[in-house]
Write a protein that binds this ligand. Structure first.
Ligand SMILES: Nc1ncnc2c1ncn2[C@@H]1O[C@H](COP(=O)(O)OP(=O)(O)OP(=O)(O)O)[C@@H](O)[C@H]1O
Ligand SMILES: [Mg+2]
Length: 374
């Protein structure tokens, strides 16, 4: 189906191939330079503000994610479009959308995907960001099953470090920590995506329905209850549930509809890892850490991201082996320092022998001289 649009200068009606959306053309009526409008959707081949859209690489609840190349910078980026159903397109919505993303765009951390730009063009809200070639943690578990304990903890350690930076330096929380938002690059870097995006969606949807929106599978009880004063501890809960998923391959609460899942996060005790997957082999230390991360009452969770990070790193380092007894070491040290002393003493006694011999020779010579004179 062709895209129909009107020249703003001479009102000539024109049609174009949908793949040409965003490209510039000359109006056949008046010769003015026009851009073929995007009209709410984009696809491969379209141009969206200096980005040539390539393949679609993913689809989420908010919209689609495309690989694109920035025509001037000659670099690959990911473009996330936000469906018009999710956002209204009046001026204040556009402003609010950009303001909220400006917060996320300030973050600069090796484990947080960099946001380059955000905007609204011809019915399309979009965000351009660092493209992370690799796989997300959901794809990883789907393809190769649950992760080994230390592998899962290494992911948690990186995420905790990035979250600590965002909370301590910017007072920012993620609100949507889930396996799809944690990606591992082909170089092995762990990257968090969609920082601050949940807020964009929540603000808009809650305006319409007064409901908390998001994937309920990893949502903290306080978030699920729609509390307004949530803090970093909601993300600690989310990361705890992600860790359960990485180790068992299972989401802890499954129900026919999202409302029941949310209710289970609020009311049901978190199932033990063995109940979710009888084959799981995880240390007691990790199990204790998970229990603390997913405590229903946020006051019973870790009191900072640093505490989470330190706990993970301690578990990864393993139990400290007892030190070897020190006397053996002392003996060695004594031996090392004794040898030169003995050598010095031997050298001194051999010196004494030479002196004694020379005195003797001198005495014999003097004796001979004295005898010859007599
Ligand atoms: N910057 C990026 N680089 C590479 N892949 C990405 C990037 N951002 C998102 N993706 C991938 O695109 C897919 C869809 O992501 P998207 O964020 O739209 O949905 P989601 O995270 O599954 O759900 P939600 O809409 O709730 O955030 C995911 O597999 C994600 O890993
Ligand atoms: Mg996402």
């Amino acid at each position: 189906m062709l895209v129909e649009f009107k020249c703003g200068n001479c009102s000539q009606i024109m049609s174009a191939d949908p793949a040409q959306k965003g490209h510039d053309i000359e109006c056949p009526g008046c010769g003015a330079e026009l851009t073929i409008p995007l009209q709410g959707t984009i696809q491969s081949g379209n141009i969206i503000e200096d980005h040539l859209v390539q393949d679609m690489i993913g689809q989420g609840a908010m919209g689609q994610v495309f690989l694109a190349s920035h025509l001037l910078m000659n670099r690959q980026v990911a473009i996330k479009t936000i469906s018009p159903k999710v956002r209204q397109d009046d001026d204040s919505s556009v402003q609010q959308f950009i303001q909220e993303l400006q917060m996320g765009a300030q973050l600069s951390h090796p484990s947080i995907v960099t946001v380059y730009n955000a905007g609204y063009v011809d019915g399309v809200y979009y965000i351009s960001m660092q493209f992370v070639d690799g796989f997300d943690m959901n794809e990883r578990v789907d393809q190769s099953g649950p992760l080994a304990e230390n592998e899962a903890l290494a992911v948690v350690s990186k995420v905790a470090d990035a979250m600590s930076y965002a909370w301590n330096d910017f007072n920012m929380i993620h609100r949507d920590i889930k396996p799809e938002n944690i990606r591992v690059s082909t170089r092995g870097d762990v990257m968090i995506m969609d920082f601050g995006l949940a807020k964009v969606r929540q603000d808009d949807d809650s305006k319409e329905e007064g409901l908390v929106i998001g994937t309920p599978d990893f949502m903290s009880p306080e978030q699920a209850q729609g509390q307004m004063d949530i803090d970093f501890r909601a993300d600690i809960y989310g990361l705890g549930v992600v860790l359960i998923y990485l180790l068992t391959g299972k989401r802890p609460f499954i129900a026919d509809n999202p409302f029941d899942v949310v209710a289970m996060h609020i009311n049901r005790p978190m199932p033990k890892l063995k109940m979710l997957n009888p084959d799981v082999k995880v240390s007691e230390a990790t199990q204790a850490m998970i229990s603390k991360m997913v405590a229903k009452d946020r006051d019973e969770r870790y009191i900072s991201w640093e505490e989470v990070g330190e706990t993970v790193d301690r578990i990864i380092a393993g139990p400290q082996k007892p030190r070897k007894k020190t006397p053996a070491k002392k003996k060695t040290r004594t031996k090392v320092s004794a040898a030169p002393r003995r050598r010095r003493r031997r050298r001194r006694s051999s010196n004494m022998g030479i002196i004694f011999f020379m005195v003797l020779v001198l005495a014999v010579i003097l004796g001979a001289v004295f005898a010859s004179r007599m």
